[in-house]
Design a protein around this ligand. Structure first.
Ligand code: UDP
Length: 244
């Protein structure tokens, strides 16, 4: 980790205290260095997982940028007396970065999701960012890394979205970064499903109220088990504060 942002510890997981604008500017800059740095976007669910999964925690710690994706992280940080500047949803960070990349016609590789999804996302995104070159796609259901790495390295993208879900995407990026010819990677979860138009994001009103998680739960009730991590996270935050 080389950035100069202050890192704030939330239950053992370090976060960079950045605004979206700062994160995008820094990401844009390090992308040009082409060193396969990666960005992770933990929410409370990922914090809870990282507390139980050492490999996952190590992958988060090795990220060049750790941005606070969930509103729960912001509440938790404030409650613990180490407030963060703002919530930076991974998908907003990614689109703001692509907007900037569009000005210079940089290149993007989309990796992850079910077969066909990344291609559809590339089609939709090219209409939105006509100067970006979408140089390759690969679905996220594979058994062998090697052919995918070859494909990525011959495309040499400035940016690669790695959308394999947590913790697979974080571990994959950490394990393979050293042999990838890419500018920057973002572990972007379900973003390709959104860009492909398969999953709908919460309306802005819900997002502004910090209720995106509730909208998602309403749309996909089966996420309830995963979302139980949110109250668990708040309880651990409270106990952590009591213990000082
Ligand atoms: N996924 C994948 N390979 C896998 C498991 C998951 O490509 O082995 C994809 C899945 O299709 C989905 C994304 O990873 O597009 C994870 O989405 P989810 O909504 O769980 O991510 P979140 O944004 O909540 O982290």
């Amino acid at each position: 980790m080389n950035n100069l942002f202050s890192r704030i510890d939330i239950l053992g997981v370090p976060f960079d205290n950045v605004t979206k604008t700062e994160a995008v500017e820094y990401a844009y800059k390090i992308q040009s260095e082409h060193k396969a740095y990666y960005v992770v976007t933990p929410n409370p669910e990922i914090v809870m997982r990282a507390r139980e999964d050492e490999e996952m925690l190590s992958a988060v710690k090795d990220a060049e940028l750790v941005i606070p994706d969930g509103i729960g992280v912001i509440y938790g940080a404030k409650f613990l007396g180490t407030p963060m500047k703002e919530r930076v949803p991974g998908i907003d960070f990614t689109t703001a970065l692509m907007e900037k990349m569009n000005e210079e016609g940089r290149s993007v590789f989309l990796f992850g999701s079910k077969p066909g999804v990344a291609d559809k996302a590339a089609e939709n995104l090219s209409a939105r960012y006509p100067r970006i070159r979408f140089v390759g796609t690969n679905d996220g259901y594979f058994t062998d890394d090697e052919p995918i790495i070859e494909k990525i390295n011959s495309a040499k993208p400035d940016l690669m979205l790695v959308c394999l879900g947590a913790p697979k995407q974080e571990k994959w990026m950490q394990k393979n970064a050293h042999r990838l010819d890419v500018g920057l990677m973002i572990g972007a979860g379900g973003s390709l499903d959104v860009f492909a138009g398969i999953v709908e994001r919460a309306p802005e009103k819900w997002q502004k109220l910090g209720l995106e998680w509730l909208y998602r739960l309403k749309k996909e009730p089966k996420r309830i088990i995963r979302m139980m991590n949110l109250p668990k996270f708040m309880i651990v935050v409270i106990f952590s504060k009591i213990r000082g």
